[in-house]
Structure formats: C-alpha cells, structure tokens
Design a binder for this molecule. Structure first.
Ligand SMILES: Cc1cc2nc3c(=O)[nH]c(=O)nc-3n(C[C@H](O)[C@H](O)[C@H](O)COP(=O)(O)OP(=O)(O)OC[C@H]3O[C@@H](n4cnc5c(N)ncnc54)[C@H](O)[C@@H]3O)c2cc1C
Ligand code: FES
Length: 251
C-alpha cells in the first residue's frame, strides 16, 4: 500500500467564492509530490468520496462546483472544518516547449491555474482560453490575469468576451500566440473538438479527461474512458482515467 492510498486529514484555512456555484477551499497544509493535472480523492464521513483536481499544492487548494450531494456538503463546510484527502493521484501534464496554450471549460480552469503558475515560475509564456455558457460561469479569469497569463474569454451567449465556442479563441491563439503545446481540461465535446483542431495544426496536445471514479487507483475499472469519448484524441480502449490519466498526451 502506497501513501497515496491512505487519507490525510486537512483543516480548511480559507474559503473563497469564485462564482455563484463555485468555491475554492484553501487547506492548511501542502500536498507533497503534487504536479499540475493530478487529482485527489476527497472524503467526508457519512457523505462519500469524490475526485477533485489539485488547484494548488502549497498549500493544497480545491476549486469545487456545487452540483450534487458531495460538492454541496463541501460547500456547507466552514474554516476550521476537516476534509480527508488521498493523493496526489494519476498522471498530470508534462511541460513541452516554453509557449503554453491552456484551454479551460467550466471547472477545468482549476487545474490549469496551478499549471499556469508553475509554467510562469519557470519563465515560460502562458495564454489561457476560457470558455463558458455565460459570464456568470467563467471561472478564475482574474486569478489567471493576476499570475501573469494572457487571458482570452468566450461565452456561448456573448455576455463576456467573444461570442462563440472556446475553439474560436483557440484558433486565434494558434495564429497570434504560436504555442508549442496545448493543454486542456473541460467537457468531452470541448476536448474532442480541440483534439481535431490540434491535429489539423500539427500541434501536440495534453487533454485531461473525466470519468466516474470510485477507487481512484486503478482497481475497480469504473473510470475506463468510453472509446467513443476519447476517439478524436486517440485514447486507447481500456484506458483508466485514474491510473493512466487523467491527462492523455498526444505527441
Ligand atoms: C479527475 C477529476 C477531476 C475533477 N476535478 C474537479 C474539480 O476540480 N472541481 C469540481 O467541481 N469537480 C471536479 N470533478 C468532478 C467531481 O468529481 C464531481 O463534481 C463530483 O462527482 C460531484 O459529486 P456530487 O455528489 O456533488 O454530484 P453528483 O451526484 O456526482 O453529480 C450531480 C450531477 O451533476 C453532474 N455533474 C458532475 N460534475 C459536474 C460539473 N462539474 N459540472 C456540471 N455538472 C456536473 C453529474 O453528471 C450529475 O448529473 C473532477 C472529476 C474527475 C474525474
Ligand atoms: S476509479 Fe477505480 S479503476 Fe479508476
């Protein structure tokens, strides 16, 4: 049994409201050995255990959208309350080149902020394209600007940034920013479109996939990515999101 299969208890130090249904929980200790793109399993007694991307590791931060029983239970916690965490788990992003184009949909912005901070600390150039349904769903745009990344926003209804899908902003960034690699986290249709876009531009991409997780360590098989979902990116059948991913690297 490795250390990452055991829970560590953290206390909540601070809670930041990011938008109408998203909070960032700043915990009271670092998560040793963490890399951007990896995740943790968070456990609450009598509620359950769910995966969340590492949004920062020193100290550990989790950015959580309230969508159901577990995330709502997390949202009800207060500073000083406890959260049990297993991790870091899975394989994260791997820097390639020095010009990084990040693409986030929904809470996909959370692991990308940690990636942006790490890349900028190396002295690399970072642009992020953030996409959402409308202005109120855009996540962490100010935080990306604050760390020094260039930010491009698209919304489906045009209420913030350019009206349209995030792939529109990606098309412009491929020309203007000329990235070495594209890194993304978001819903499956966004990842599939991006995989096609990168293939056409002959650019490597690193896509973070999501699936139902139970064990988080490659034992139960519940997180096998459906072949249809990962087809555009060339994800092989039998690929376990928790152990082989969540990031799939196409070179
Ligand atoms: C590797 C990985 C990393 C993840 N990282 C994060 C993260 O950083 N932040 C985060 O908030 N979530 C993240 N998730 C998703 C998170 O695990 C789910 O939000 C969690 O299952 C919610 O549990 P629940 O009991 O609150 O709701 P559930 O009962 O599991 O879900 C309620 C309903 O909401 C839908 N749903 C689930 N997640 C979302 C979502 N994010 N947006 C819209 N609808 C959704 C479900 O399909 C379901 O219909 C991640 C998942 C994976 C696999
Ligand atoms: S969650 Fe059990 S194998 Fe991935």
């Amino acid at each position: 049994m490795t250390l990452s299969t055991l829970h560590t208890v953290f206390h909540i130090k601070e809670i930041h409201s990011e938008n109408y249904r998203t909070k960032t929980f700043v915990l009271d200790a670092p998560l040793p050995g963490a890399h951007p793109g990896q995740f943790v399993m968070a456990w609450l007694p009598d509620v359950g255990e769910k995966p969340f991307s590492i949004a920062g590791a020193e100290p550990l931060k989790l950015t959580v959208v309230a969508v159901g029983p577990f995330s709502e239970a997390l949202h009800a916690l207060q500073p000083g309350d406890r959260v049990w965490v297993r991790g870091p788990l899975g394989n994260g992003y791997r820097f390639s080149g020095s010009r990084h184009l990040l693409v986030g949909g929904g809470y996909g912005a959370a692991p990308l902020l940690y990636l942006a901070e790490t890349a900028l600390a190396r002295g690399d150039a970072v642009q992020i394209c953030l996409g959402a349904r409308s202005a109120q769903d855009i996540l962490l745009a100010d935080a990306f600007q604050k760390v020094g990344a260039t930010v491009a926003i698209t919304t489906d209804d045009g209420s913030l940034g350019t009206k349209g899908l995030v792939t529109l902003a990606v098309g412009q960034a491929l020309e203007a920013f000329a990235p070495d690699t594209v890194y993304a986290c978001g819903p499956v249709p966004m990842l599939s479109a991006l995989a096609n876009q990168c293939r056409s531009a002959d650019l490597p991409c690193q896509l973070s996939w999501e699936a139902l997780m139970r064990c988080g360590i490659g034992l139960c098989g519940s997180c096998e990515l459906p072949v249809e979902a990962g087809k555009a990116a060339g994800v092989p059948s039998g690929w376990l999101t928790c152990k082989d991913g969540p990031v799939f690297i196409s070179e």
